[in-house]
Ligand binder design. Structure first.
Ligand SMILES: *[C@@H]1O[C@H](CO)[C@@H](O)[C@H](O)[C@H]1NC(C)=O
Ligand SMILES: *[C@@H]1O[C@H](CO)[C@@H](O)[C@H](O)[C@H]1NC(C)=O
Ligand SMILES: *[C@@H]1O[C@H](CO)[C@@H](O)[C@H](O)[C@H]1NC(C)=O
Ligand SMILES: *[C@@H]1O[C@H](CO)[C@@H](O)[C@H](O)[C@H]1NC(C)=O
Ligand SMILES: *[C@@H]1O[C@H](CO)[C@@H](O)[C@H](O)[C@H]1NC(C)=O
Ligand SMILES: *[C@@H]1O[C@H](CO)[C@@H](O)[C@H](O)[C@H]1NC(C)=O
Ligand SMILES: *[C@@H]1O[C@H](CO)[C@@H](O)[C@H](O)[C@H]1NC(C)=O
Ligand SMILES: *[C@@H]1O[C@H](CO)[C@@H](O)[C@H](O)[C@H]1NC(C)=O
Ligand SMILES: *[C@@H]1O[C@H](CO)[C@@H](O)[C@H](O)[C@H]1NC(C)=O
Length: 689
């Protein structure tokens, strides 16, 4: 047979760059409930990674083999020539959803193939791994072009790819070999995350500072959060399929639900929410996905009161820590929304959950952990210190929930007393005086001092006051140039646990350490040319390679790591809550605190939104030295709210203070606390006299 080579390299269709004008669409038939506009427009919006439209195309061609292409910023040809020819398209940022490829095929009998990767490391004909079938990679999607001419291929819904940056399109021609030709004329991605938002850039919070690296890190956490809010019918299928992937499992209710990662697991994980939810509140200000995620945990609660470790269909069980994270998640959700109906409906389940976990506390006053699953660490079980810290937080937040729900049976004071007793027991039995930090558990011979328990002991206020500085110092023993190596998961750097650590250093009034760790760890990833350049990674190894839990025999190949994992977004909430210093202390911000920590920064501003309105603050100072120089602080909070401003004194002398032009007494204290009894705009100037 003689093949007549068609000439198709004429100005055919062009590949349209980045944005097809279709702003304003939500995912498929999802009702749009998200905000239409950003709450705080400004120059910082240039740092938002989210595209202006849900419909996007690749930004560049990274490389090609056996292909003629002059694709460049929006237009060009992509002629695949010969079996195995390929083009690697780069979306420039993490994306996820359903790809449509338009093509012109001069002959039938060829295959159009698609493979995906988040990192550059796994670009090729074999996608990076997302389904967890314990083999190398997910393979590729293949479409049989059985008729010549122009055509279009759209990935089936079940093959939605939740997270990737690179798309490799390659041609196979099992029956015609080298004469095969295929012109790729257009690629369009329908973004599948944050399904209820028509404007993916309509952030309800913002952060801006004089440090561009911190700004990029903040927005990478925010964008990661967006990619983790998914349509509830796009979860990973369990049991996992043998080849490829299926993301068509039902995770829960509603139009949108919070999962751990964009690519995987695509499941509800309450522990991850411990970090992801404060970041969601600070950035998106939309807690609908969280509500649906928590509700499925209540609806799948076991009759003995235990919550599952993860939502369906994964539905792993047997984790005391993740059980408690569902309870803390309940508190965070109600704190940010005051959704009293949700609390009332689930209050009975919450109390059962409290009874279930507290029954494991015995005469020693410590929790005896029997549900051993946890975030990935080793050595969980017994009187594990991390679990004690989480129980303390559970009891304290439970006491507040009991008040909010209007309990009159004394639960609030009973849980507060339990928290106080636990604090005494943990400090008595788990602390290693000789070393100056908490041991991994109450066993006196245990010599390991974990990152998780020590970080949480600072963040949750469990450590006795006179131990705080030592613990903060000891945590830095784990640091290497690219982050903190967790002793409880050797060789691994966990930006999840480091998200607790940075907050712990802030609580210890060591912003220098918190900023140092943020720059080392999150800075390493956001500047890594192999990464997504737009998100935060699940975990990595101390030898600066992508991988996680790689050495323990029960975890997968390195390409399984998620590069867009909300549990690693700690800096996003922490930079607002501690550096800018603005946080909510009462429901929906009815009470708040403003307590800036300057670190080495000179100007910072930011804000967030609740149902009461916008909360915004900014500060400026002349010097970046860590000793405090003169500064100005402005803030604006909604009417009817009350708050506390905690001001650091100017070093080296007497401090003068004016607020809205009025001089206030300072005295000689290192900080000055001001009670603000109503909303409005305030300007504060602090100088050395
Ligand atoms: C949207 O809803 C219509 C009517 O219910 C249905 O026919 C259509 O398939 C839906 N489209 C998508 C993309 O789900
Ligand atoms: C065609 O390409 C595929 C993928 O690159 C390769 O596995 C296969 O061996 C090639 N077939 C021939 C006949 O060259
Ligand atoms: C290649 O030929 C085989 C055998 O005839 C056929 O089954 C297959 O569908 C062909 N592949 C394509 C892409 O046409
Ligand atoms: C970065 O990716 C390239 C492939 O794109 C790989 O050769 C290299 O080893 C990777 N480096 C690291 C540190 O992962
Ligand atoms: C998911 O998709 C696969 C095809 O890839 C299909 O076999 C399966 O029935 C689907 N499951 C659900 C729950 O829709
Ligand atoms: C841990 O605490 C429980 C309850 O307080 C106690 O009964 C148990 O002996 C302790 N377990 C270990 C391994 O220390
Ligand atoms: C903590 O104590 C338990 C016994 O309850 C033990 O199995 C575990 O290995 C200890 N952890 C470490 C890090 O030694
Ligand atoms: C990095 O560490 C992992 C886990 O120990 C190991 O498997 C891998 O080979 C190491 N890579 C390099 C480049 O050292
Ligand atoms: C929270 O909601 C409850 C019940 O609707 C209401 O009584 C209370 O005032 C609200 N609190 C705040 C701070 O908005």
């Amino acid at each position: 047979m003689v093949l007549v080579k068609p000439v198709i390299f004429v100005p055919l269709l062009t590949l349209v760059l980045s944005v097809v004008a279709e702003a304003g669409s939500c995912w498929k038939n999802t009702t749009c409930t998200g905000p239409e506009n950003a709450a705080f427009p400004g120059v910082w919006e240039k740092n938002i990674y989210a595209p202006t439209s849900r419909q996007v195309s690749p930004q560049y061609i990274l490389e090609s083999t056996g292909a003629r292409t002059d694709y460049k910023q929006g237009a060009g040809h992509n002629l695949l020539t010969g079996n195995g020819s390929q083009i690697v398209f780069d979306f420039g940022i993490e994306v996820g959803g359903i790809v449509t490829v338009n093509y012109a095929a001069p002959t039938a009998g060829v295959n159009l193939n698609l493979a995906f990767s988040e990192a550059t490391n796994w670009i090729g004909e074999n996608s990076d791994s997302s389904n967890g079938a314990f083999k190398d990679g997910d393979g590729y999607l293949s479409y049989d072009i059985s008729t010549a001419g122009e055509g279009s291929y759209t990935m089936p819904g079940a093959k939605l790819r939740g997270g990737f940056r690179y798309l490799t399109i390659f041609l196979t021609a099992p029956n015609t070999t080298s004469d095969a030709i295929l012109d790729i004329t257009d690629i369009n991605l329908d973004i599948g995350f944050l399904p209820t938002w028509s404007n993916l850039r309509a952030y309800q919070g913002y952060f801006h500072s004089n440090d561009e690296l911190l700004n990029r890190i903040w927005y990478s956490g925010a964008y990661t959060i967006q990619t983790n809010m998914v349509p509830p019918d796009t979860g990973r299928q369990i049991p996992v399929v043998d080849y490829g992937w299926d993301n068509n499992a039902t995770l829960g209710y509603g139009d949108t639900i919070i999962v751990d990662g964009a690519k995987r697991d695509r499941a509800v994980w309450p522990g991850d929410m411990g970090i992801a939810v404060p970041s969601t509140f600070i950035t998106l200000g939309d807690l609908e996905s969280l509500k649906n995620g928590l509700q499925i945990m209540y609806d799948t609660q076991a009759s003995d009161g235990a919550f599952a470790e993860s939502g369906p269909p994964l539905s792993q069980t047997g984790s005391d820590t993740y059980h408690m994270w569902s309870m803390i998640g309940t508190y965070n959700y109600v704190l940010y929304t005051n959704d009293t109906d949700f609390l009332q409906e689930n209050w009975e389940g919450y109390q059962k959950a409290m009874d279930y976990i507290y029954a494991k506390v015995g005469t020693s006053g410590l929790l005896g952990v029997t549900g051993l699953r946890d975030w990935g660490r080793f050595w969980q079980g017994g009187n594990n210190s991390e679990a004690q810290m989480i129980l303390y937080r559970t009891l304290e937040t439970g006491a507040e929930l009991a008040e909010w729900v209007g309990d009159t049976t004394g639960l609030s004071s009973s849980w507060t007393t339990r928290a106080q007793n636990l604090k005494v027991a943990v400090n008595a039995d788990c602390y290693d005086d000789a070393y100056g930090a908490f041991r991994d558990n109450a066993t006196a011979t245990t010599t390991m001092h974990p990152q998780d328990a020590n970080s949480m002991s600072l963040l949750f206020g469990v450590a006795d006051q006179d131990r705080v500085q030592s613990i903060s110092q000891r945590l830095t023993d784990n640091w290497v140039s690219i982050g903190a190596v967790a002793p409880e998961l050797p060789e691994n750097i966990s930006p999840f646990i480091s998200s607790f650590e940075i907050q712990g250093h802030f609580e210890a009034a060591r912003p220098d350490r918190a900023l140092d760790l943020i720059r080392r760890s999150w800075g390493w990833y956001i500047n890594n040319p192999n990464g997504t350049g737009s998100t935060v990674i699940e975990g990595y190894l101390q030898n600066a390679t992508f991988g996680y839990r790689g050495n323990d025999g029960y975890y997968y190949d390195a390409s399984y790591v998620s590069h867009s994992h909300g549990w690693s977004s700690g800096p996003t909430s922490a930079l607002i809550n501690y550096i800018l210093g603005l946080s909510v202390t009462g429901r929906v911000g009815s009470t708040w605190q403003l307590a800036p920590q300057f670190g080495d920064l000179t100007s910072v501003e930011g804000g967030f939104t609740t149902s009461l309105g916008h909360f915004q603050a900014s500060w400026n100072r002349a010097s970046s030295s860590s000793s405090t120089s003169s500064y100005e602080l402005s803030f604006k909070v909604p009417d009817g709210t009350t708050g506390t401003v905690v001001l650091p004194a100017v070093d080296g002398g007497k401090t003068t203070l004016t607020m809205n032009g009025k001089v206030l007494e300072w005295g000689s204290d290192e900080t000055k606390t001001i009670s603000v009894t109503d909303g409005g705009s305030y300007q504060i100037i602090v100088r050395s006299a």
